[in-house]
Design a protein around this ligand. Sequence first.
Ligand SMILES: Cc1ncc(C[n+]2csc(CCOP(=O)(O)OP(=O)(O)O)c2C)c(N)n1
Ligand code: SF4
Ligand SMILES: [Mg+2]
Length: 351
Amino acid sequence: MTFLAKPKLHHPELHKNSLGYTRRDYEGAISTLCAGCGHDSISAAIVRACFELELPPHRIAKLSGIGCSSKTPTYFLGASHGFNSVHGRMPSVLTGANLANKDLIYLGVSGDGDSASIGLGQFAHAMRRGVNMVYIVENNGVYGLTKGQFSATSDKGAKSKRGVVNSDEAIDLVGMALQLGATFVARSFSGDKAQLVPLIEAALKHEGAAFIDCLSPCVAFNNHEGSTKSFDYVREHNAAMNYLDVITGREEITVDYAPGSVEMVTQHDGSTLRLRKLHTDYDLHDRVSALTYMQERHAVGEIVTGLLYVDPNPRDLHGHLKTSDTPLNALQEDALVPGSSALAKINAGLR
Ligand SMILES: Cc1ncc(C[n+]2csc(CCOP(=O)(O)OP(=O)(O)O)c2C)c(N)n1
Ligand code: SF4
Ligand SMILES: [Mg+2]
C-alpha cells in the first residue's frame, strides 16, 4: 500500500486562518516513510508555512521526482495540484507548468540523489533560468529509497552504515545555486523548525528561483557514527547564521532586537523578512562573499544554515522571456491567432 487517507474529522475548535482553513486542510495522506525520517518533519514545516501564509491550497502546484523525498508531496497539501514526475525530471516538468500558468505557486520537492546526480543538469537550468519556484532538496546524503547508497552530496570521508568510506568529493548544491544565479538561497535542518518554517514562508513569497537545501537525516541508512548527515552530527556542527520572521502586509512591524543584530529585507511582493542576525558582519546580498564564506566554514567542519543570499528584486523566467501578463493557458483565441497582418509584420521584420 503506498498511501493511507487521513480521517477528515478534526476538532471543531481548531484555529482557522482568514480563508477559513485549519492546519489539517493543508495536510495530505498518512506518511508511509520510516518513523523518525527527517523528510516527515519537512512535510510538517511545509504544512505550517502554507497555513500561516494563508495560501489557498488550490493555487499551489507541488511537483517532485523519485525517492523517499519525492514521495512526500503525497503527505502534504492534499487539496493542491500535484505531479510526481520521473527521477531527476521535476525541474523541467515544473518549468513547463510554470510557463503555461504563472499564477500558481510552484513548490518542487526533490532529494539529493534526484537533484545532485541524475537531475543535476535539470537543477542547474531551473536555477539559471530563474524559474519562479521554491525548490527544496531533502538532503540525507544517501539514496534512501534504494537502500542507502552514497549520494553525490555525501561528504568525502563519510562512513556508510556498513563501514565503507566515501572517497568522492561532495557536490554542494548551495554553492551551485549561488553560482548559477538563484535569487534566494538557504540551508536548513529538518530538526530545526524554528528556522525552517519561516525560511519556507520567505521562499514562497520570493518571486524568483528560491532554493533550500534542507539536511534531513535518513534514520534507516545514514544516522550512525561516521555519517556527516546524522541528527547528532548536524546538531553538533550546525552554525546558524540567522533566524527569520516573515511579515506579510497584514501584520505590524516591530523591532525588538539589539541594533545591528536585525536586518529588514522587503521582498518584491511587499512581504518583509526580519532577520535576527547571529553573525552581524555577514552581507546577505553579496553572492560572491556568500560563496566564499560557505567554503571557508565548510573547510573547518561547520554546516552553515539560515538565509544565505537574497536578491529582494529578482526577475524570473517570465520577466526574462517577456511573456504576456495573462497566463499562457488563459489567452483567448484572438491573442493566440492574431491574424495575417500580424504575421506579415513579423515576416517583414525578418527580411
Ligand atoms: C531513471 C531511474 N534511475 C534510477 C532509479 C532508482 N532510484 C529510485 S530513487 C533513487 C534515488 C533516490 O535518492 P534521493 O533522491 O536522495 O531520495 P531519498 O530516497 O534519499 O529521499 C534511485 C537511484 C529510478 N527510479 N529511475
Ligand atoms: S529509507 Fe531513509 S529516507 Fe527513506 S523513509 Fe526511511 S528514513 Fe526516510
Ligand atoms: Mg537522499
